[in-house]
Design a binder for this molecule. Structure first.
Ligand code: PLP
Length: 413
């Protein structure tokens, strides 16, 4: 459910015509809907009302400060994976005791930064990381609250690049090694093991893998209790999928109900790290048709947004719905919607059946709010797109468009 709707023959972002935004701010342009973000957060968070919990929005999905600040005001904590994301979360005013730090490659300087800030918990992913964290915390006279990220070896049945909880993935620790690593954590100075963490993948469209992973984690939890370790926090990661096309992922309420049923008799604070389900359908990408081009084998619509702006189709073969901003009622055609980048992998849609459009017209790429701008780059020396946040009739320029001078500002001539 989102607030990008057609009214009077044109696309609106809440109360504002999308075409007006494109005219004012240029294209490519990311447009986010505040009402959608609030609605998604509240739907997700309230699904866990049956247990003590903390919903830590996963900053990597969309890290714009305006969004972080909006979600903080809804009560969100944050899941971070770098010192940069920590800086963003703190700048947005998120309380450190609502921040959890995931990621396989935390550096010493990032650990220091997070310990100095006093975050809630580090989700530790290897024995080596645990040793380094202990040394740094001891040196700083601090205690690092930790969980170990368990790799439960469950197939999340999603794209291989976003599967993270299988034996072959780089993430977390297998269950047997985890037991020994918890014992080590109990003995190490500067370390306080308080949690168990798990994140099996992203864009999951079925509950089964979540429940299978939870079952393995709960059995593991019993073994930890046998060691005399009291676990107070259970971090179940993110991963709930969204409809991009014809997927039918479980509604957050269904997801919450299924997990709460298992967890309600355990006196632990449940941490959730949703990203895509909050931000994905809260954003669209507006782009202008630069040219149309017919070749003997294919018709192309060449737009001004490329893989540097939205890499998901090129990287994962992902589907994003593409619609006219001001529909003209022309018949459908089969086309590739491609960007200006010098790569044949630069496309937003392949073999797509959409109404014919003409040079200068606007298209909206839907479901672009998560892993859109955050994965964008300056490839081909293209300044990154602007981002706006619409709240009813109010429009905030959440990030100005980069300029040509921004492109070279850090370089030596
Ligand atoms: N938590 C961790 C550790 C992740 O790696 C990710 C994304 O891959 C997330 C949470 C957010 O996942 P999603 O956006 O699918 O909810």
């Amino acid at each position: 459910m989102h607030f990008f709707e057609y009214k009077d023959g044109q696309l609106f972002a809440e109360g504002v015509p999308a075409a007006e935004l494109a005219r004012k701010f240029g294209t490519p342009l990311y447009v986010y809907s505040a009402a959608t973000l609030r609605r998604h957060f509240e739907a997700f968070d309230s699904a866990f009302a049956g247990v003590p919990h903390l919903t830590c929005y996963s900053v990597k999905a969309n890290s714009n400060l305006s969004l972080l600040s909006l979600l903080k005001d809804c009560g969100a904590g944050m899941d971070i994976v770098s010192g940069g994301e920590l800086h963003r979360a703190l700048t947005a005013g998120v309380s450190p005791d609502k921040i959890v730090y995931s990621g396989v490659g935390k550096r010493a300087d990032e650990m220091r930064q997070a310990l100095a800030a006093g975050i809630l918990m580090f989700n530790v992913e290897s024995a080596a990381e645990l040793e380094l964290l202990s040394a740094i915390a001891t040196d700083m006279g601090k205690t690092a609250r930790i969980s170990l990220r368990i790799n439960p070896d469950v197939d999340p049945k999603t794209h291989p690049y976003i599967s993270t909880g299988m034996k072959k993935n780089k993430f977390g620790l297998d269950i047997e090694s985890s037991l020994a690593t918890y014992q080590r954590a109990m003995a190490l100075p500067g370390i306080e093991p308080i949690g168990i963490d798990c994140h099996i993948g992203s864009q999951l469209t079925s509950l089964d893998p979540f429940l299978e992973a939870l079952d393995r984690i709960m059995r593991f939890h019993e073994r930890l209790s046998g060691l005399g370790l009291k676990i107070t926090h259970l971090d179940l990661g993110g991963g709930l999928g969204i409809p991009y096309n014809d997927e039918e992922p479980p509604h957050p309420t269904e997801f919450g109900e299924a997990l709460v049923k298992v967890l309600k008799d355990h006196p632990m604070t449940v941490i959730l790290e949703p990203g895509r389900v909050i931000a994905g359908n809260s954003g669209i990408l507006l782009t202008e048709v630069v040219y149309t081009k017919k070749t003997p084998t294919k018709d192309f619509i060449i737009v001004d947004a490329g893989m540097n702006d939205l890499v998901r189709p090129s990287l994962y073969g992902s589907f994003h719905a593409i619609r006219e901003v001001e529909p003209k009622g022309r018949p459908d055609v089969d086309v590739d919607v491609v960007g200006p980048i010098c790569e044949s992998g630069d496309f937003l849609a392949k073999d797509r059946n959409i109404p014919a459009v003409e040079q200068g017209e606007l298209l909206a790429v839907f479901s672009a709010g998560a892993y859109g701008f955050t994965m964008s780059s300056n490839y081909n020396s293209r300044p990154r797109a602007a981002e706006v946040l619409v709240d009813g009739d109010k429009v905030t320029l959440a990030r100005r468009r980069e300029t040509l001078d921004d492109l070279i500002a850090l370089e030596k001539n």
